[in-house]
Ligand binder design. Sequence first.
Ligand SMILES: [Zn+2]
Length: 272
Amino acid sequence: MGRSAEEEEEMNNNTGSTKTTISISKSWSNVVGKIPVDDEIDLTMEKSETNVKITMADIKDEVEYWSTAVVCYVLGSNPPQVVIDGYFRRIWGGLGIDKVAQLNRRVFMVRFHSIESRNKVVEEGVQMFDRKPMIVKPSKSDMEITKEQMENIPIWVRMVGLDVKYWGRTSLTKIVGLIGKPLRTDAATTKRERLTYARVLVEVKLNQEYPTSIRFENEAGKIVEQKIHYEWKPVMCEKCRNYGHELNECPKFIKEEHEKNEKKQELEIQEK
Ligand SMILES: [Zn+2]
């Protein structure tokens, strides 16, 4: 190979004309000469030299804009936007929806006019859509929702009788960390307005174990056992592998049982 593109450009620049005119008039052929047919052009060097770095300042406005939004998707269903749009406006219309936007085939963003409305929706947690669970996540700066991220579900847990001395940020983080990834407390817990139980939003994985009690060692070296109440947890139907209903509520299971019973009755009639 002859000279690299940079060298050629350097040479062109040295011919006297200003950079501006060169950048307008240059084409592939006068920069690199005749494009070789067989040789591959290594672009990795080019890439590292023109690396683009986005900073927090660059995205600040967008992050701010979406801070009053939640990310929603229905487990085991893929409703069209027009349908789910109507649903959102039915359940949350009173809170002041600004817009509903589709992030990808299954994921929607719902933006509210105020942060209070958005927080209220997050505090309500999982909603039901056509008997299937609709997951509600607080939006983050990282708004790309991959398939794996869709398997991380925020759910609310209650810890009844948890001593108030363990309601601080670090204690709760440690204790709830035994279940999943702690995300936030609700307002009543933060403001100590309701002392009967601490309520924490925790990110769990689909199909993980959901312990009914956890144990931790307290400041005096004693083991404390704490019961965990899940306001909702992603149960999977063992028959149809869908989320949101148990086996005895499964339409497929009910239909099959019904057909089995009918056959049985037919046989009994024939035997008589
Ligand atoms: Zn089922």
